[in-house]
Write a new protein. Structure first.
Length: 135
């Protein structure tokens, strides 16, 4: 149980750097529900160690189950917020991509037109006069 607690607490700590305004309240509720969950797990273990099987079952089926469901609900709510933020970011990235695609296309077309104008000017102002003087 201790090893699993450490792993889960590591995940919670790692995730904390990604918490923003939209998920702060949900994250804090998840931490509170997780603390309750740990307390109820300890209670179940203590009841079991003291051979208080009925109390252990009651705690596991009531308090522990409620805490676990609350944690699950908190995680699902955080996932929903993240999904919404991800969808909004996708829309922004798609708009930026389209914008950059149009700008790059315009830049390429203008560069080709400029190159053609330069070639025409060189032909007209340099090559033709040189050929005319050679004759």
């Amino acid at each position: 149980i201790k090893q699993q607690e450490q792993i889960l607490e590591g995940y919670l700590t790692d995730y904390e750097s990604f918490v923003n305004e939209d998920t702060e309240e949900l994250y804090q509720k998840l931490l509170t529900d997780y603390d309750d969950f740990k307390r109820f797990v300890r209670n179940v273990v203590a009841y079991s160690a003291n051979t208080q099987t009925a109390e252990a079952y009651a705690c596991a089926n009531e308090e522990l189950a409620v805490a676990a469901q609350s944690m699950k609900t908190d995680i699902e709510a955080i996932n929903d917020v993240i999904g919404t933020e991800t969808d909004a970011a996708r829309v922004q990235f798609a708009a930026a991509y389209q914008s950059s695609l149009v700008i790059n296309t315009i830049t390429i077309v203008l560069s080709i037109v400029t190159l053609l104008i330069v070639v025409y000017s060189v032909m007209k102002r340099v090559v033709r006069p040189v050929k005319a003087t050679e004759r």
